[in-house]
Design a protein around this ligand. Structure first.
Ligand code: CA
Length: 225
């Protein structure tokens, strides 16, 4: 899951970045509204954390710009306590949720999870493909009821694949969403991690869920589909 953080206070921005990265999200940070709008339009983000008080183009203007371009990425706005009325304006302008500064990082993470869940159209919170189940809230992964232990990167890769189940995911897409890096230097690493996942998810199972799409990339789905 790839998140854009638009926040001009360097300390706050790096605090948020660190917390999100620890949760294995891929994070980009930028410090002004105009650049934020540009990045949000160009990159494929799963969520945007947007401060309202920004130099140049304000967060509110950036948000309006995004929605005008029909970019529907969920947006969590950050407002100062003195800007309570901005909350309402922000929500009216197309924000999906807001947090008032100062906030507890745990609350930010919880709201991020909710918005990502909502964005993927997931109802009960659990992601399921065949008998493989992933719980984003607890990070528990089971196959046929058996618990599977994953490393942080393996988990991030699996969550991305499950949220996009049935879709062909190219290596550049995976690199961007899971590693937040350009694809060029990354070919091998993706194949290596997909193999790690295969060993944990599919080995010894009758139905293989991780499929190679020759010449394209990978997809996660039941063989029967
Ligand atoms: Ca600010």
């Amino acid at each position: 899951m790839r998140i854009l953080v638009v926040e001009d206070e360097a300390k706050v921005a790096s605090f948020i970045r660190r917390a999100l990265e620890e949760e294995s999200y891929a994070v980009d940070v930028c410090a002004d509204g105009a650049q934020g709008l540009e990045l949000a339009g160009a990159g494929s983000y799963d969520l945007i954390v947007l401060d309202l008080m920004l130099p140049g183009l304000s967060g509110l203007e950036a948000l309006k710009g995004l929605r005008k371009q029909k970019i529907k990425t969920p947006v969590l706005i950050l407002t100062a306590r003195s800007q309570v009325d901005q909350k309402v304006t922000g929500l009216d302008a197309g924000a999906d949720d807001y947090l008032t500064k100062p906030f507890a990082i745990e609350e930010l993470l919880a709201r991020v999870r909710v918005l990502l869940r909502r964005g993927s159209g997931e109802a009960a919170g659990l992601l399921q493909v065949d008998d493989l189940v992933l719980n984003p809230a607890t990070r528990d992964v089971t196959r046929a009821g058996q618990r599977i232990e994953l490393t942080t990167k393996e988990y991030a890769l699996l969550e991305y694949m499950m949220r996009n189940a049935g879709r062909v995911l190219t290596r550049p897409m995976i690199a961007e969403h899971v590693w937040n890096l350009d694809f060029d230097t990354f070919t091998n690493v993706i194949d290596v991690y997909v193999n790690y996942l295969r060993n944990k998810i599919d080995r010894g199972q009758k139905r293989k869920l991780i499929q190679t799409v020759r010449g394209s990339g990978y997809t996660l789905k039941s063989e029967s589909e």
